[in-house]
Design a protein around this ligand. Structure first.
Ligand code: CO
Length: 223
């Protein structure tokens, strides 16, 4: 093995360990995957979906991109969602952002990085929608932290607005959307209270989630 032998050695050890614990583990997975969750997360190397949720191979279907965005014209994300909803029949879609997201910070700071600025433009659209709230915050660090949360909520809104999710709900398929955020500092997940089970509750749930973020940050500022 010429390249990256340490990774192949680690893989061999992992495979052996898994089979020692459960000789049929890989055979079962090779025959079928039936994950209950679709994870839409950031590509950031510090936020691996399986490890931080304690889920094993086969238990979570994963899509990751810079800053965990659901862009309505992104055929990649839409295809992942289509397969997850229509074929795998996942019961939960989790949009998971994280504090300290470089993509969110770059979007707040403005264009500077090149091609990726076009991708981050979608976060800036969300930022502009919440401009008054963000401007009321005391400093850039607080704005960055708050925007990481707001971005998750806006992406849950985008997921809910896809024809894929709307059609699933229309035909009575059980599907719950969630917005979570992960702390790089302590490895803990936090629920941003966006649990959505149907189209009609979309605006109310998203508005309440946004208001919860706003009151949390603005109250902290007053004390
Ligand atoms: Co990130």
């Amino acid at each position: 093995m010429r390249y990256l032998p340490e990774l192949f050695a680690a893989n061999a050890r992992w495979s052996d360990d898994m089979r020692a614990a459960d000789p049929d583990f890989f055979a079962g997975l090779a025959a079928l995957q039936s994950p209950a969750y679709l994870w839409i997360g950031c590509s950031d190397s510090r936020v691996p979906a399986n490890q931080i949720t304690g889920l094993r191979p086969g238990e979570v279907f994963v899509h990751r991109n810079v800053a965990n965005l659901m862009v309505h014209t992104d055929l990649n994300c839409l295809s992942v969602m289509h397969y997850a909803i229509d074929v795998l029949k996942v019961q939960h879609i989790i949009v998971c952002g994280h504090y300290g997201c470089g993509g969110v910070r770059a979007a707040l700071e403005g264009p500077a990085l090149g091609l990726i600025d076009n991708w981050l433009r979608h976060i800036q659209d969300a930022r502009d929608r919440h401009r008054d709230f963000l401007n009321a915050l005391p400093d850039d660090a607080t704005r960055w932290r708050a925007m990481c949360e707001i971005n998750v909520i806006e992406q849950v809104r985008n997921v809910a607005r896809t024809t894929l999710v709307a059609d699933a709900w229309k035909r009575g398929q059980a599907l719950v959307l969630h917005g979570w955020i992960y702390g790089l500092q302590d490895g803990r997940l936090h629920d941003l209270q966006t649990a959505l089970k149907s189209g009609p509750e979309l605006d109310l749930v998203i508005d309440q989630a946004v208001q919860a973020v706003q009151s949390r940050y603005l109250n902290v500022q007053e004390t």
